[in-house]
Design a protein around this ligand. Sequence first.
Ligand SMILES: [Zn+2]
Length: 332
Amino acid sequence: MQSRAPGNGSGPTCSAASTDPRRALSTNLVLAVDIGGTKLAAGLVDRAGDVVAATQVATPQGAGADGLWDALVGVVRAAVAELTPGAKLVACGVGAGGPMEPEGDRVSPLNIPGWRGFPLRSRLAALTSLPTFVDNDAKALALAEGWRGAAAGSRHFIAMVVSTGVGGGVVLDGRMLEGRLGNAGHIGHVVVEPAGRLCGCGGHGCLEAEASGLAIAAATGSPAQTASPDAVDRAGTLVGRAVASVASLLDLDLAVVAGSVALGFGTPFFAAAQRELSDRARLSFSRDARIIPALLGRHGPLVGAGAVGWRGVGSPLPTPGAGSDGAPAVPR
Ligand SMILES: [Zn+2]
């Protein structure tokens, strides 16, 4: 079934990201699915982490569980239709907003109210007849940036998204941190202002409640895109403050930041973040920690979902940034 996004009257839009249509011939591919509050995207990702086709549709706002699922089915089928002769799907990898149950058996993305306890993994597995793996979208992005992005070559880093909300994933000793229920990396709920704003989690002064796009808009009365230099500086400072605590806690020397708010703010944001990080992280092992922009751009979430799929079928990701000790530099 082909779904249409309300308001724009258009179905999924497809674009081949590869300039060489022969690339997919005789190639194993992962069907990558990225589920966000703004858009639903699907694509085909090869073992090198290249997105060879991509398609997306606006997330139906206000839709119920079935309406959201119908939209997702449309975008998944559009991506599968991009398969070229000889290419074969070996898995389906999914990045979705949290929280979720372990393995993504049931997801309840905070920014998609129509899905609460939705059985995403089993529904996609039944739809695609593929081994299907689901993980948090920020953790998926960490996989992607470690594989092909700004953290390639690093075995110890945090990757963050600063956009509507704030999320993160931590790679330590070359492995993604999971935690008891798979929720490790929620840097958005590190407290940066003890008497700060009420957070969606129920606490006060979390990074997400102070520096996310929604928080900046609520605090300043205008969208984050039009934030004043002072507001940009403050957001960067608070992100750097949270990263400083995490860097000292976990012995990290690199934070990679993606997301429309951080990347939209650009250089002044990152300068403020680095200044605060350098001021606050003073231990011998953390004082040189860096905070830098993510590299993968608009396809980062699909590369991350692809990485979730490749990891799920036990296929070691290529190691372009293998460390000098020969150990794989790519998260597993
Ligand atoms: Zn919170």
